[in-house]
Design a protein around this ligand. Sequence first.
Ligand SMILES: Nc1ccn([C@@H]2O[C@H](COP(=O)(O)OP(=O)(O)OP(=O)(O)O)[C@@H](O)[C@H]2O)c(=O)n1
Ligand SMILES: C[C@](O)(CO)[C@H](O)COP(=O)(O)O
Length: 398
Amino acid sequence: MSETSDLAILVVAAGRGTRAGGGLPKQYRPVAGKPLLTHTVLALLQGAPGARLLAAIHPDDAALYKAALGDLPEESHARLLPPALGGETRQISVKNGLEALARHGAPQIVLIHDGARPFPNRALIDRAQSAARAHGAAVPGLALTDTVKQIDTQGRIVATPPRESLRTVQTPQAFRFDLILAAHRKAAEAGQAGLTDDAAIAEWAGHPVYVFEGEQTNMKITNAQDFAVAEAKLIRALEDVRTGQGYDVHAFGPGDHVWLGGVKVPHDQGLVGHSDADVLSHAITDAIYGALGDGDIGSHFPPSDPQWRGAASSIFLAAAVEHLRKCGGMLAHVDATLVCERPKIGPHREAIRKNLAEIMSVSLDRVAVKATTSEKLGFTGREEGMAALAIATVRLPL
Ligand SMILES: Nc1ccn([C@@H]2O[C@H](COP(=O)(O)OP(=O)(O)OP(=O)(O)O)[C@@H](O)[C@H]2O)c(=O)n1
Ligand SMILES: C[C@](O)(CO)[C@H](O)COP(=O)(O)O
């Protein structure tokens, strides 16, 4: 397929994800280290070079949307139109998105895609475009492989419809832009609500809609268990597993607390350093840069630079993780050990783990924090300072 500048993609992402649960709307929940919506948008931009993309989002989600798409490569930003506000139903969100696209200069063809479907591939997108150009309205569909039953409200089977002519349909649903915009406007004016896909709107408006071949892999994340399947699929694509190690030491000096993993731990001394001397965060930051083969904390944040004087080390750690993500990678695990006689780490361990997980935007089970004394031997044994060791395991695209 050639460059597709007469093509626009509308991503509907204004739902609340009630069936998926989990607090955050499902399109913003992290999957393999990135929000679900980021995966969807990247796949669409890669699959349709040159196409513009507009998302319909919920009014409450502006900050989540910005965070999800703020760090895309420069080239992608030029193709992203400002988001439109969605509505109460998917149907309204699509209509609002189409109206916004019309204001930005109507394309010939529009592909309407669920933000909750992160795996549209290039072949599917090509088939969608071709079918829309040939027929005006077309959707991807799959033949059923299970026998289908119709049931009553008690769950009793009332019919076994022949499955040969049935299809389950997916997105991207592909249309001539003027056709689908007019159909949506007509449905809205007629008060025709409750249609769950855009094929149904076009059908209702009297247009023939065709089905082209969908993809088994093009799943929609609907329920909580779908996240595990999507995560496994995305992680399989990240096959280059690397480990990095980090080690750091800071001397004790006057003070009444130490910072460990971004948590303020009361102590009868402080740690001395150019920044906040958070020895644990420094070791983990070094481990991540080590796994990337990309220098260390000192080369990214030179101690000679006055802006890092007294800085919170969570800044360095978050930046290392962000750097990893920009390389297309994800943090699989961090295992760290603190070496000190005092302060006792046990009472603070869970708070430290939780805070590190938050700084690194990973789940708690991906962070281990351990502690040991050095049996009163050496500089840690004499309580002259603290040491921290860390190992980071990262996954990168091949
Ligand atoms: N008012 C709505 C409802 C849904 N969608 C979008 O339409 C797609 C498919 O909808 P669905 O999977 O049903 O998402 P939700 O409505 O968020 O899920 P639920 O029904 O479980 O709340 C999703 O990308 C969703 O964000 C939308 O833009 N506006
Ligand atoms: C548009 C769709 O994904 C096609 O299968 C589907 O109809 C969306 O349905 P939902 O109930 O809004 O998830």
